[in-house]
Design a protein around this ligand. Structure first.
Ligand code: ADP
Ligand code: MG
Length: 581
């Protein structure tokens, strides 16, 4: 579809809605008004859920807080505009305050904690009578404001869609989608989690706060049990899930459908609503997981597939492969310089000491093989260096800086890149997006546009040139591993940690991989630690071998020397040949 078409359709739809008060009566206008409020709630809720992957069951608390802030100030004679501003401000402030405790939690725990926020607010509103007049509620001066309120919420609804579109094509939005896919990997890729999470909740709450304020203005009466109502709180969630959470028009389509069903039922039986919400969620989960707009016939339709897209970033210019040269600035190699030093680093899981008093030094431009039997602590050592774990005792220094207390994103910005033994690409994102995230958030810090444009070069380098727009979940295991290497390289690391890539590769593929490892060091000055079970692969390229056994370093020597070491031969090579079978 050309770009003009969606724009023309949007403008036409907005004009159509804008004409409702002129042509339809106040009853219809009030219904459309309520639908738009619900849409703003559903869509702003979905920034946190659909984009970032956090299920917030307490979104309506911010709406109620906005309504109360507005009503309290208005009844004290404050002019309208500051009252609306207060609705936004206090919604946002509440979100900022709760984000500190809430974002210490993940998954179900986060969802349950947010569930408590709405009843808590109801309790507070009931008990702070001086401010809220308790359960009597606040009556606002009667004024017939449906028309101005209608246009205000229409503007807000359009703005909500614009913010969604921005999220779906911006660097900020990609941070959220990376967090949704794998928060830990996102942090290791250089995304500082808390500011993104808190900012998204605050953004979403400020829209809810304004929606609440507009609703209070139009209602002229608010009370704790209507503003902080758990039954109502589920409506935007049901709507977004029905249409398609995380899609540009998902919450809109869902809310329009949902409000229509609700309207049809409301005249008959009000109490049916909660049952209908439950039923809708169950049916969607069973028959259309992901919502209506993700249905196969829409996703595969030549024109409508646009509706199923999870991001709307358009790559400008040539995005394809551009030869073997990677757009990395070669780093000068000073063989004396220590890139990484571990000093007595120890890490234990309960009583299991996975890394035991490890001391080692890696110099710039080295390719070091890190070997040892399964469970000897290789991956755990990588996790310590990349900041997934902190050492229990001992220190880890990068370029002389003690990083033991650094977050993973800070470590990534020091130039540490890695792959995972069990590959962890961002599964719901494409090859191009995976690489671009590594590049724009990693040490290289190029813009998202530039990162998207040059992603093809990295993809081609690791043999994924033709698969740029394929979702990572559709790749084979080896392709996922290749993608991880591309994502790590794109960040312009100084030190690259490679965790078992060769198993499952053919001899020819191993030779290509070895060539890449050498090339990465020789041409770009990147230092490499390579964990590998396939010894024949390591042998072709490493300068030095560090051997771990039960978490401790048992040998650290140039390759040919290590291979003559009795202990190494019996612990490592014995195990390795056994495992290779
Ligand atoms: P390797 O990569 O050398 O095969 P690992 O570093 O994965 O070894 O594991 C070292 C030891 O630490 C093993 O005994 C493993 O069971 C344990 N271990 C690793 N990760 C965890 C974890 N997240 N929780 C508990 N134990 C772990
Ligand atoms: Mg491992």
């Amino acid at each position: 579809m050309s770009r003009a078409a969606p724009l023309a359709i949007s403008v036409a739809a907005a004009l159509l809605v804008a004409s409702v008060p002129a042509f339809a009566g106040s009853y219809i206008s009030a219904i459309v008004f309520a639908m738009m409020i619900s849409f703003v709630m559903a869509q702003s809720w979905d920034w946190v859920n659909g984009q970032m992957g956090y299920l917030n069951l307490g979104h309506y608390a911010f709406y109620g807080i906005g309504a109360y802030a507005f009503a309290i100030l208005l009844t004290r004679g404050v002019p309208l505009v500051p009252c609306f501003a207060a609705g936004i401000f206090f919604g946002a402030l509440a979100a900022l305050i709760v984000s500190f405790p809430l974002f210490r939690l993940k998954g179900d725990y986060f969802a349950f904690a947010t569930l408590a926020v709405v009843p808590l607010c109801e309790l507070l509103a009931n008990n702070f009578d001086g401010l809220t007049r308790g359960s009597d509620g606040i009556t606002l001066p009667p004024n017939y404001v449906l028309i101005p309120a209608f246009y205000m919420v229409l503007t807000l609804a359009i703005l909500t869609l614009c913010v969604t579109l921005w999220l779906m094509r911006s660097r900020f939005g990609y941070a959220l989608r990376a967090i949704r896919n794998d928060e830990q990997v996102a942090e290791v890729a250089g995304i500082r989690l808390f500011p993104f999470k808190a900012a998204t909740l605050v953004l979403s709450a400020s829209f809810a706060g304004l929606a609440g304020a507009i609703q209070a203005w139009q209602f002229s009466y608010i009370a704790p049990n209507t503003m902080f109502n758990l039954g109502v709180a589920l409506v935007p969630i049901a709507g977004a899930l029905l249409g398609g959470s995380g899609l540009l028009l998902g919450p809109l389509v869902g809310m329009v459908l949902f409000a229509s069903i609700e309207q049809a039922l409301l005249t008959k039986m009000t109490h049916l609503r909660d049952a209908v919400i439950g039923l809708v969620i169950v049916l969607i989960g069973r028959f259309l997981p992901g919502g209506i707009l993700r249905a196969k016939w829409i996703a595969n339709h030549p024109v409508l597939s646009w509706l199923s897209r999870e991001s709307h970033f358009e790559v400008k210019g040539e995005g394809g492969p551009a030869g073997e040269r990677l757009p990395l600035s070669p780093q000068p190699v000073n063989a004396e310089k220590v890139v990484l030093a571990c000093e007595g680093a120890t890490m234990a899981f309960g009583g299991n000491v996975a890394v035991n008093n490890v001391s080692l030094t890696i110099r710039q431009g080295e390719i070091v093989g890190l070997v040892g039997p399964n469970g000897s602590g290789k991956t755990t050592l990588f996790n310590l260096v990349s900041g997934i774990y902190r050492p229990k005792t001992g220190r880890i220094l990068i370029d002389g800086k003690d990083i033991s207390q650094f977050r993973a994103d800070e470590i990534s910005h020091l130039g540490i890149g890695r792959t995972y033994q069990i590959p962890r690409p961002f599964l719901e994102l494409t090859v191009r997006e995976n690489i671009a995230i590594g590049r724009t958030f990693g040490a290289s810090k190029v813009s998202l546009e530039e990162a998207m444009r040059t992603a093809g070069v990295f993809a081609a380098y690791v043999g994924l040139g033709g698969l740029l727009d394929r979702k990572a979940e559709l790749l084979s295991l080896q392709q996922k591993k290749a993608l991880e290497l591309a994502r790590a390289l794109a960040a312009e690391p100084k030190l690259l940690l490679v965790d078992e890539v060769a198993s499952g590769l053919s001899t020819v593929e191993i030779a290509t991989f070895v060539k890449h490892i050498r090339d990465i060091r020789d041409h770009y000055g990147i230092t490499i630690i390579w964990v590998e079970h396939i010894f024949s692969a390591l042998q072709q390229v490493v300068d030095r071998l560090i051997v771990l056994d039960s978490g401790a370093v048992i040998a650290d020597a140039p390759l040919h020397e290590a291979m003559r070491n009795e202990k190494v031969l019996s612990t490592y090579l014995g195990h390795a040949s056994a495992e290779a079978k």
